[in-house]
Ligand binder design. Sequence first.
Ligand SMILES: [Zn+2]
Length: 210
Amino acid sequence: MMPLNILSHSVVKETTIQHGQLTGCRATSSPCPPLPQDFLWAGNGIFRSVTRTEFRAVALYHRVLTPGLIELSPQFQLLVSPVPREKVKDIIDEIRRYPDLEQLFYLYWRGECWEVFKPEQECTPYSCVCLDPYPEPAAIEIHSHGYANAFFSKTDNREETGCRISTVFGRTNRQLEVTSRVCIHGLFLNIDSNRIYQDINHYCHHVTDF
Ligand SMILES: [Zn+2]
């Protein structure tokens, strides 16, 4: 992780967050009012909170105990509809169509529904390169691993520096499997793919603890 100077932060106290608007909320309970977008100094560590149109998330940045502040938990909340089952099926069909290749999909929330976009790409069994040099930033990025497992590689960790949901499809013994996480500017929070994709259980094993 890059060294970081925390220029501003909010302090999570029993009844208020200074510099924020969270009043009278036990931040460990959910749903809560939106936490301030920032670094949050809580009793059990420093967290980073982000909100964008499609989701809100809180991830641990650094574990440090500070008596007198309330504790936070990592949180994720999808703020729009999950990706509908027919679009999930389209993605799965496409992955099955080229089972030995890595593939890439971008998903955009268009105000009322999800748009699934498969950019121009150069695919091999071990890599997938988007040929569009300036793709519109997607709220969800999906890539498949061909016949390899569903996991986030070192390359994924290095490249996923933005704020979005990331999903990997892969295979174990030819059975499709899936894992998802929220990327928060270099922090990662594993999430249940069921919360993002309708009926994903019909197609996949889940491989991540969350
Ligand atoms: Zn990958």
